[in-house]
Ligand binder design. Sequence first.
Ligand code: SAM
Length: 315
Amino acid sequence: MSLEISPPKKLYETFHADCFLWLEQREANSIHAVVTDPPYGLKEYTSIEKEKLRQKRGGVWRIPPSFDGCMRSPLPRFTVLTKEDKSALQRFFSQWATKIFRVLVPGGHIFLAATPLLSHLIYQALEEAGFEKRSEIIRLVQTLRGGDRPKNAHEEFPDVSVMPRSCWEPWGLFRKPCEGRVQDNLRKWKTGGLRRISEGQPFCDVIKSAPTRSIERGIAPHPSLKPQAFMRQVVRAALPLGEGIVLDPFMGGGSTVAAACAVGYQSIGIESDQEYYQMATQAIPRLAELSLDESNNLVSPLFSQREASQQPRLF
Ligand SMILES: C[S@@+](CC[C@H](N)C(=O)[O-])C[C@H]1O[C@@H](n2cnc3c(N)ncnc32)[C@H](O)[C@@H]1O
């Protein structure tokens, strides 16, 4: 009797590609969850704006000042988007959502990092493509967005902020409709629900977080790198039975794929920028092996802060 042994499945694959083209080639119903942080201004990841960022010339990137001894990470300025930019953003997400809909299995979830200024536009595009909005995950994180006094009139209006200081980041949670009941869908496609934190604790829609630690930014100096402490919680929840493939079509420095490796899930990452793609391929195993304690704090970095600060930086 011959026993067929199938080769072990790769835990992750990465592609240097435009995700729109990649999605067109991908088999239908072959991805079980999408966890991603897309480019929002569309402008901020164009060659011109990336060059300005790398040259520290600003452009759409707001280069924040250094204070209390720390250099803050640059942030893209979404308030500079025109009406035309916003229409282009909606078109981009409509096309993207249609392509994602085809490759995702019924009941598959999308976790989509957003910004309070633009989330309504993106969410509408996803609903129009056929996805159901299931919730919004609130990542509690103190950022440097908002809270400033009027520019060049600080002294005249000392008690005024132009916008609130942002203390949270929305993550839209969407699902491709299930085939039948959730239990039927779970049996057939392994999707439809979210993985519980434990038997007694469901996944919750508010997650305390912190800005990405310097040790992680040292490993992957991408301007939008998300922290492992947060990403592992979200990625883990995305596969209710822990089976299937998680896709990040806008991989950046690789935080989603690294989080999937850390929780033992199969994943795929796609990145169109050559430099970020190279960065992610080197960073993923190193981010994945960082240890977190029960409260999801980094505990035992396997290399020192000094080593992290010696990693090449874009800015
Ligand atoms: C906001 S960043 C993602 C950061 C990522 N979450 C991380 O933690 O590093 C978005 C990324 O999408 C990439 N990108 C933009 N358009 C793309 C496309 N059409 N296909 C694939 N990647 C794209 C950009 O180069 C950028 O690195």
